[in-house]
Design a protein. Sequence first.
Length: 134
Amino acid sequence: MMKLIVGSKGSGKTKTMVDMINSATKTTAGNVVVIEKGMQLTYNIDHKARLVDLADYKISGYEMLYGFVAGVLAGNYDITELFVDGMIRVGGDDLEALGKTLDAIAAIAGDSTEVVVTISAEESALPESVKKYL
């Protein structure tokens, strides 16, 4: 299942995600993984969540991000929640490519892993391929 948190910069997307992460660590029977670029959430999220910094792995672009997420999911079948903060910062401004990447991640996550992504953009600017996950 894929969920999006959408809004302009400074609209509280990351705060909403942090609340979701901390709630998930208290209720899940599986593992919670948080993927972000830069370790900005280190002190905001529960220590039970696994925080991964994309900068450590030199990830840039949507194709590399998809491959990284696929590897994370393949390496741990116990992931019940996966959070990706700032997807456009990593992948770029090509919103059609964003939609294709969301489709690909949703397909590999299936029904067993809930994927939550923050996107810094106005909802009205998003193509239908992205809006369908709102």
